[in-house]
Design a protein around this ligand. Structure first.
Ligand SMILES: Nc1nc2c(c(=O)[nH]1)N[C@H]1C(S)=C(S)[C@@H](COP(=O)(O)O)O[C@H]1N2
Ligand SMILES: [Mo]
Length: 315
């Protein structure tokens, strides 16, 4: 199995080995029980499962965070059911260790990385990002990970690689509901190389300082805060470098609804709902309706990549 050819990072920066969640913790997360409601024993367990994180530089400030219990119970992960509350109840069947990510296509040399090597490769940053999740809903989530660009550099893509594809696990045994997803093959998403290398693009291994719950894409996913949620593939097992844009799951399923770029754009409506507004899930009981911002508020960091492109055609 290939290893990153980099000097080992200092011991103090290494993430604890057993970062994956216990089944009890998963159950509690699925049930939406906060740390306050846990017994002392379970609290100790939680502490042990904390990721060691450093504050991320690219952090959204001044917005109320979406509580952990909401971010982990209102999910899209069709392999675990098509209703928003289903992944939290069914994704416990996913086994996140051992787990490998295969890197192939236009690279110097194909490699297979163990997920724990990926976790230890760089200090895990906590980055608070606006997240456009299911349909026209949004959250503000403290994600944990590091720049996707760091991982891509370790993959050694060739100059001919212009796009990168992410493929999720597809396993009928671990995902008994995958047959009902409508997906005909492994969940696929893709980015243009400059998008993938943008410092905002996050290789994500946790949220709220804890390892990713299964329903949020354990053990490793991407998070692309200027795009609609579906661009962020969960539970990734393969990364492929390509000369042209890969087929993507939602684009194949409904091409008039979901384009390749899918940058958050209040001026291009989804055929079935407006994109001018979003419903923010935070600690208030009723979600607030707020105006959607171009590129989800990240225009200063990403708009330059699309200069000269017609974003109504390339939606
Ligand atoms: N493998 C896989 N990845 C996926 C999906 C999916 O169904 N399967 N759904 C996508 C969609 S539509 C959204 S909105 C986000 C939701 O991420 P969240 O549940 O962490 O908010 O995951 C994306 N990644
Ligand atoms: Mo979505």
């Amino acid at each position: 199995m290939a290893r990153f050819r980099v000097p080992p990072i200092p011991a103090a920066e290494i993430t604890p080995k057993d970062v994956f969640l216990s089944s009890r913790r998963r159950f509690l997360a699925a049930a939406g029980v906060g740390a306050a409601g846990l017994a002392a024993g379970a609290e100790r367990l939680l502490a042990e499962e904390k990721l060691k994180t450093v504050p991320g530089k690219l952090t959204t400030t001044g917005e109320t965070l979406t509580p952990l219990g909401k971010a982990t119970t209102y999910n899209n992960f069709y392999e675990f059911g098509t209703q928003k509350d289903m992944p939290a109840r069914t994704a416990h069947t996913l086994r996140t260790r051992p787990w490998t990510v295969a890197v192939e296509g236009l690279v110097k040399k194909p490699q297979v990385f163990d997920v724990d090597a990926i976790l230890r490769y760089r200090p895990i940053e906590e980055r608070v990002y606006r997240h456009r999740c299911v349909e026209a809903w949004s959250m503000v989530v403290p994600w944990d990970g590091y720049s996707l660009s760091e991982f891509i550099n370790a993959c050694n893509p060739l100059p001919s690689a212009k796009y990168v594809q992410f493929l999720s696990l597809r396993d009928e045994k671990q995902m008994p509901l995958v047959g009902e997803s409508g997906f005909t093959s492994a969940y696929s998403e893709g980015l243009r190389m400059d998008e993938a290398m943008n410092p905002l693009a996050l290789l994500c291994v946790g949220l709220y300082g804890e390892a990713l719950p299964n329903q949020n894409g354990a053990p490793v996913r991407v998070v692309l805060p200027w795009k609609y949620g579906f661009k962020s593939a969960k539970s990734i097992v393969k990364v492929r470098f390509l000369a042209s844009a890969p087929p993507t799951t939602w684009n194949l399923m409904a091409p008039n609804e979901y384009g390749f770029y899918s940058n958050v754009n209040p001026t291009v409506d989804h055929p079935r709902w407006t994109q001018r507004q979003e419903r923010r899930l935070d600690s208030s009981f009723f979600p607030r309706t707020i105006a959607t911002r171009p590129f989800n508020g990240y225009a200063d960091l990403v708009a330059g990549m699309y200069a000269g492109m017609d974003l109504r055609k390339n939606f």
